[in-house]
Design a protein around this ligand. Sequence first.
Ligand SMILES: NC(=O)c1ccc[n+]([C@@H]2O[C@H](COP(=O)([O-])OP(=O)(O)OC[C@H]3O[C@@H](n4cnc5c(N)ncnc54)[C@H](OP(=O)(O)O)[C@@H]3O)[C@@H](O)[C@H]2O)c1
Length: 437
Amino acid sequence: MRSATGSTPPVRVAMLGCGTVGTQVERLIREQSADLTARVGAPVELTGIAVRRPHRHRDVPEELLTTDAEALVTSDVDVVVEVIGGIEPARSLLLTALAAGKSVVTANKALLAEHGPELYEAADASGADLYFEASVAGAIPLLRPLRESLAGDRVNRVMGIVNGTTNYVLSAMDATGAAYGETLEEAGRLGYAEADPTADVDGFDAAAKAAILASLAFHTRVPAGAVHREGISRVTAADIAAARGMGRVVKLLAICDRVVDEAGGESVSVRVHPAMIPRGHPLATVGGAFNAVFVEAEAAGQLMFYGQGAGGAQTASAVLGDLVAVARNRVAGGRSPRESAYADLPVRPMGQVATRYHISLDVADRTGVLAQVAAVFAENDVSIATVTQRGHRDEASLVIATHLASEDALRGTVEKIAALSAVREVVSVMRVEGEEP
Ligand SMILES: NC(=O)c1ccc[n+]([C@@H]2O[C@H](COP(=O)([O-])OP(=O)(O)OC[C@H]3O[C@@H](n4cnc5c(N)ncnc54)[C@H](OP(=O)(O)O)[C@@H]3O)[C@@H](O)[C@H]2O)c1
């Protein structure tokens, strides 16, 4: 699209929100104006920024600020960048923008995980683009590789560390041996945890990201509510110590698997929970607030994506990448790939997912205890991989690693073992990932 004078008209951009991420998006658009113009093939012009409290944004040109987000999205703009967060008013504003044919770039994982299909349908109906690279794993290019680079392959597994706060807490517990509560408090003091850390520590944030990853990887709509979710608040210093004693480390993992049953039927399992992985696993060395995602695809084999999963400038980098992509489409007259949910695979209930457990027990030091415990495993059809028996009298312990079994069978086994009179305490129960079964 060229104007009568031969110069290409600017791509006009409205931004909703100007906080940690938005401030950096505004700065990068301003500072990189010449480069963006060259890369897009037209100037990228920020025409307005919607915020709640304009007086708090002294670094941004005053004439850009507005509190009327609705008027901004319905104004004469080509692209709407949403960095407000949360469901409303972000959802309504983006639906309005898409219905009017404006392309959307968003960093909002909660919105995508809850209302992705509605947004995709609105984009499809008007022919607009919908990009959301920044919604998962901050600066790390991950969604576009899944959506575009791996579009010709068959992804079988996506497993990763997608929440920096919980990774920081678990890494610190591993380094110091400290308890969960005091480590979380310290993380809050150092700025690694929000004042209300619920979304992070209870796994909601990671579950939203897992839903987005699974949807893209398996060409299937996976809502956030279908993701099995366990956070880190029940991980104890004893769990961390047990893992350390076996050369393992505890991580909060988002795991998306393609499951093929004996009859060849396919489903997907999507879960977020703490798990032990070997210290030699590539994800084990991902420390602090970093994110990393491991992808296994049939032809490509194993791929690893690593980098900063949050932060204003880091996340803004992903937003700008999307902005350039949609702006180029505007200039060239093309469109991004649409949502691909053709496979429509069912989501397997967690109880039917095959996992492996590691169980540490404090037991009475008397003959027959091991036989009693082993009998419970046998009754529940759970096969034991290794047993280590240690200590005498008050110090006696049994450490059991299982083979793969259904989650229902494993849970049932642990419940029955806990009820045995010879078992004084179930010290630690943790799933094991990242090893050959
Ligand atoms: N921060 C990160 O590291 C990170 C990483 C990845 C993804 N994200 C995602 O990026 C998005 C933005 O995160 P953030 O950390 O930048 O958030 P933030 O610092 O809390 O900023 C939110 C911005 O939205 C504005 N806002 C809130 N409600 C509004 C409304 N009703 N109308 C207009 N403006 C409104 C706020 O205005 P006022 O300033 O005037 O109150 C503020 O400027 C979220 O979806 C988040 O999940 C963030």
